[in-house]
Write a protein that binds this ligand. Structure first.
Ligand code: CDP
Ligand code: ZN
Length: 159
């Protein structure tokens, strides 16, 4: 059996915050705002995984009102999500994703993101695709007020 999943996330960008994307810290004067480390790509991937497995979304699994998740490394949430997926008997076929960010250019960091996240997900690097796009200076992303990410995932289950 195969199941497809889709996830989306957006976070606000502010001065003097850390910019965590795909599990790594990107050097930049602005960073993303959120209850956790606000890693928009990991959050989109988590929601895609949960959606494909038929599980409730990230906000249900890891409530942003819970003190337990304040400032938490999203890689921890990703590892926990992977356990839930495996417990339901699923394995990952592949993941495709896009980060939409005006600045900085991040393509040089993508190999490290792939290495980091594929390690947590226990999949081959060729099973994870991460792409980057600007929004051509349009809208809130173009004004560098926010960052978004989209992810799709294919889950497989034998029998
Ligand atoms: O070429 P097009 O207008 O479709 O796309 P773009 O948004 O101008 O992005 C061109 C390329 O820049 C992308 O394919 C990425 O490789 C790279 N990029 C990046 O490294 N970091 C970003 N924040 C946005 C885009
Ligand atoms: Zn998020």
């Amino acid at each position: 059996m195969m199941k497809i999943g889709f996830g989306f996330d957006t976070h606000k960008l502010e001065d003097n915050r850390q910019l965590w994307l795909g599990g790594i810290l990107i050097p930049h004067p602005k960073g993303s705002v959120g209850h956790s480390d606000a890693d928009v790509l990991i959050h989109a991937i988590i929601d895609a995984l949960l959606g494909a497995a038929g599980l409730p979304d990230i906000g249900n699994q890891f409530p942003d009102t819970a003190e337990e998740f304040k400032g938490i490394d999203s890689k921890v949430l990703l590892a926990r999500t992977m356990e839930m997926i495996q417990n339901k008997g699923f394995s990952i076929g592949n993941i495709d994703s896009v980060i939409v960010l005006q600045r900085p250019k991040i393509s040089s960091h993508i190999p490290e993101m792939i290495k980091t996240l594929s390690g947590i997900l226990k999949i081959g690097e060729e099973q994870l695709s991460i792409k980057a796009k600007t929004s051509e200076n349009l809208g809130f992303i173009g004004r560098e007020e926010g960052v978004s990410a989209y992810a799709t995932v294919l889950l497989e289950k034998s029998s």
